[in-house]
Ligand binder design. Structure first.
Ligand SMILES: *[C@@H]1O[C@H](CO)[C@@H](O)[C@H](O)[C@H]1NC(C)=O
Ligand SMILES: *[C@@H]1O[C@H](CO)[C@@H](O)[C@H](O)[C@H]1NC(C)=O
Ligand SMILES: *[C@@H]1O[C@H](CO)[C@@H](O)[C@H](O)[C@H]1NC(C)=O
Ligand SMILES: *[C@@H]1O[C@H](CO)[C@@H](O)[C@H](O)[C@H]1NC(C)=O
Ligand SMILES: *[C@@H]1O[C@H](CO)[C@@H](O)[C@H](O)[C@H]1NC(C)=O
Ligand SMILES: *[C@@H]1O[C@H](CO)[C@@H](O)[C@H](O)[C@H]1NC(C)=O
Ligand SMILES: *[C@@H]1O[C@H](CO)[C@@H](O)[C@H](O)[C@H]1NC(C)=O
Ligand SMILES: *[C@@H]1O[C@H](CO)[C@@H](O)[C@H](O)[C@H]1NC(C)=O
Ligand SMILES: *[C@@H]1O[C@H](CO)[C@@H](O)[C@H](O)[C@H]1NC(C)=O
Length: 693
């Protein structure tokens, strides 16, 4: 269904009296072409949600500044509900404006009323098309949207993650409208705390049954201070939140939506009592690429054991089509197809979706699609990138041709200490499932290990943000009973890639005795030991790069696998031994063996994990970290130095330190002292511990 502009305008005349089905709205904008005469086009997209059929109520007025001339404006219904049990509708409008003067302006739309009660609504957008000093281009707003109707059983509401993406790489913050000085009817919510950076609503108290309205704004801030320069020659500084407590947003866009608290359900088991998404549904926050004139297909798949999935709500662009089918009695599939038009070039399009059943709804996921003008050259479409998954290794190969203008040295993985390596034609890297910031995601029927190639922020250089790239890659494994333990086995090898060292790996093992010959096998985990008994461990490096040297810089025990746990015991730090029972043994520059007396943390925790940080160096480099040995203060790596890798963390465990009921006394004295090592004077108390011994 299409609503022509005339009809839109006509509708708004009647708004004050008739239209009460307003259910929220959002807006995003981006700069278009700059014309010969210096005028600039700006493209504004807005979405309007409605509790019934779409009303076309959004009608924008210029509230402040010079909003330029309206070039065209149209709105179309993009998706609507198929059930009378919970009707919903969403439309998207597009408006192009020509700016002679690029100074900031505010567009606003208001009307009566929210469908909830007779309260009026109002959306305001702050547009600033000044030229940014970092990109030499005007700013694009953050990207956000929601499905028309969020429906959550009362007892299953803990948080809602909203989409808050910025195509310029700015920091985006979500705020309640009133906190940003914007007029509002539903200015905040007493039972909700808002995480401004993650843009998530977190329930601090159960919400009452019925409809709750959220009137929010998203603001984008530069990551460092920049200037915004206007055609009239004037310029203002836009402060980064990192540099001032009172930063200046580059833009402010509205995000308003309603959340319906449904009757409580028995429990909130995903898939059974709440619909859940299965593969290949995109993950929340994914970025997809689309090309003008080519069909983008997105498949959503959801499971619900309790009752049929009636529909999928999709918040998307114009001309998007959606078909749904029941795959089985518990699984339904929606296929979204969208062909970007010429006018979508350069646009980042948010798409949000949920799977809806009568009594419940899946989590909402949102992705964003960035639209390229021209199709990729044929060979790069096929040869662009390949991911292979073998055992616990993820291997990625990208053709350099498909990454024109991207410098290898700017690329890193989720963990910035991991970069990539290259030959003449390809950029590649290998990581293991447990290294380089690889994250584990439960996608319903699969376990997915994901990582991402990103561009470095070069603090000193003015690089065009247009060359920012973000390439996600993942390996997924069916979630059968055994599969998980197969990939979680403790004797993982750790594989990393760095540009100057290629791919290299470490193994970290527990040995049975001081000969360091027999490794404790996976079937013997968790490894059991007693207090005061020795633990024998070894780290070995593997590299195709000849003449490397392994350096173990620090080792600590923690009660779980997280080396950042606030409870820890450092026994090797900056290359110096801190524990007097620890002994190092090495007969080879690529091996580091050590023994240490077992210890445990006080309280109920009887598990200890050991995490060590390691560095690989070129051998015989007198100034490398490996040659420096024990240092009194932390070592700062010189970035450009090619003779050593970054610091990487390896974890081994759990080691279960069994309490022997016979001799409790001696050990009860020991454990509280180990706890003392949590104080800042770790070194000192570590000594004391052994002195007292
Ligand atoms: C939305 O519309 C339905 C059907 O017209 C109605 O029953 C329901 O009360 C409305 N919801 C709200 C919050 O007004
Ligand atoms: C509308 O609902 C809001 C939030 O529940 C409430 O604060 C307000 O008083 C209501 N207004 C009317 C006119 O009922
Ligand atoms: C909800 O909040 C919890 C705890 O704050 C967090 O672990 C979880 O990832 C959040 N979920 C979403 C969908 O944001
Ligand atoms: C907010 O509303 C008040 C009263 O309706 C009005 O006087 C004021 O100008 C509005 N402020 C803004 C920023 O729109
Ligand atoms: C912003 O402009 C001022 C004055 O023209 C200049 O001194 C300053 O260096 C500029 N800052 C940036 C980040 O470009
Ligand atoms: C949740 O409810 C479902 C359906 O009633 C039931 O099958 C399941 O065992 C329950 N799960 C838990 C964890 O209680
Ligand atoms: C699945 O089938 C039910 C009827 O059994 C129907 O109401 C529902 O709309 C179907 N779901 C989808 C997603 O097509
Ligand atoms: C929708 O698609 C039709 C044909 O596929 C095209 O002619 C029309 O311009 C499109 N409309 C929009 C708003 O993209
Ligand atoms: C570069 O590496 C890739 C992937 O291993 C390989 O397919 C390609 O042949 C190599 N190219 C050259 C020039 O060695």
């Amino acid at each position: 269904m299409a609503i022509s502009l005339d009809l839109l305008l006509f509708c708004t005349v009647a708004v004050q009296i008739a239209s009460t089905s307003f259910y929220g709205g959002s807006m995003t904008f981006f700069p278009g072409e700059r014309h010969q005469d210096g005028t600039l086009e700006v493209s504004v997209y807005y979405r309007e949600s409605s509790n019934k059929s779409c009303g076309g109520q959004l009608n924008w007025d210029c509230l402040h500044g010079d909003c330029g001339n309206l070039l065209n404006s149209e709105a179309f219904v993009t998706d609507q509900g198929n059930s009378d049990l919970f009707p919903w509708c969403q439309s998207e409008g597009h408006m192009a404006r020509i700016l002679v003067n690029d100074s900031p302006f505010i567009l606003g739309s208001s009307g009566c009323c929210w469908d909830i009660n007779a309260t009026g609504w109002r959306l305001d957008t702050l547009v600033d098309m000044g030229t940014r000093s970092d990109t030499q281009l005007p700013n694009s707003s953050p990207i956000t949207a929601t499905v028309p109707k969020l429906r959550i059983p009362q007892n299953c509401f803990s948080n809602v993650s909203l989409l808050a993406y910025d195509p310029n790489g700015d920091d985006v913050r979500c705020r309640f409208a009133s906190d940003a000085g914007v007029n509002c009817s539903f200015c905040s919510h007493p039972d909700i705390s808002l995480d401004q950076d993650l843009c998530s609503l977190n329930a601090i108290n159960p919400l009452a049954l019925g409809v709750h309205v959220f009137e929010m704004v998203l603001e984008d801030f530069p990551t460092k201070d920049i200037n915004s320069t206007y055609r009239d020659g004037s310029s203002v500084v836009k402060h980064s939140p990192k540099q001032t407590a009172d930063p200046t947003p580059l833009s402010r866009i509205p995000l308003q939506f309603a959340v319906e608290m449904l009757s409580p359900v028995e429990n909130c088991t995903s898939g059974e009592v709440q619909p859940r998404f299965l593969t290949p549904t995109p993950s929340h926050g994914d970025i997809q690429k689309a090309t003008v004139g080519q069909v983008l297909v997105i498949t959503l798949r959801a499971q619900f054991a309790h009752s049929p999935i009636l529909d999928f709500q999709v918040s998307g662009p114009w001309n998007m089509s959606k078909t749904t089918v029941n795959q089985s009695s518990t699984i339904a599939i929606a296929t979204i197809r969208w062909t970007p038009q010429e006018s979508d070039t350069g646009r980042s399009v948010p798409i949000c979706f949920t799977a809806d059943a009568l009594t419940s709804q899946s989590e909402m996921r949102c992705i964003q699609v960035s639209v390229n003008q021209s199709p990729m050259p044929e060979q790069s479409m096929t040869g662009e990138g390949a991911v292979s998954c073998k055992g616990n290794l993820i291997n990625i190969v990208l053709s350099k041709a498909s990454l024109q203008g991207v410098d290898l040295n700017w690329l890193h993985l989720n963990d910035p200490s991991c970069s990539l390596t290259a030959n003449d034609t390809h950029i590649m890297g290998t990581v293991s499932l447990n290294t380089c910031g690889t994250v584990i995601e439960d996608s319903g029927d699969f376990i997915v290990f994901k990582n991402e190639i990103n561009t470095f922020e070069v603090a000193s250089a003015v690089i065009s943000r247009r060359s920012h790239i973000k390439i996600g890659f993942s390996c997924q494994y069916p979630k059968e009973a055994n599969a998980i333990s197969r990939y979680m086995i403790p004797d993982f090898n750790y594989v990393f890639t760095e540009s100057s060292f290629g791919s290299f790996g470490y193994s970290f093992d527990i040995f049975t005795d001081q000969t360091f010959e027999t490794v404790v096998g996976p079937s013997n985990y968790p490894v059991k030991t007693k207090l005061l008994e020795k633990i024998y461990m070894g780290i070995e490096s593997h590299s195709s790069f000849p003449n490397t040297q392994l350096f173990v810089e620090s080792c600590r025990g923690t009660p779980d696998g997280n080396p950042q746990n606030p409870v820890f015991y450092d026994f090797l730090q900056n290359g110096c031994l801190l524990d007097e029972t620890m002994m190092e043994h090495s007969d080879n520059p690529n091996k580091y063996y050590f023994e240490i007396e077992a210890f445990r943390f006080s309280g109920d925790q009887n598990q200890v994990f050991i995490s060590c940080s390691v560095i690989l160096c070129a051998q015989d480099e007198p100034n490398s970290r490996c040659s420096l040995g024990c240092l009194q203060s932390p070592y700062r790596r010189k970035r450009d130095v090619a003779m050593e890798t970054g610091v990487h963390y390896l974890t081994q465990g759990p080691i279960v330190v069994v309490r022997e009921d016979m001799h409790t006394e001696g050990r009860e004295q020991l454990t509280p002292r180990i706890q003392q090592t949590l104080s800042l004077k770790r070194r000192k108390s570590g000594r004391k511990l052994r002195d007292a011994h």
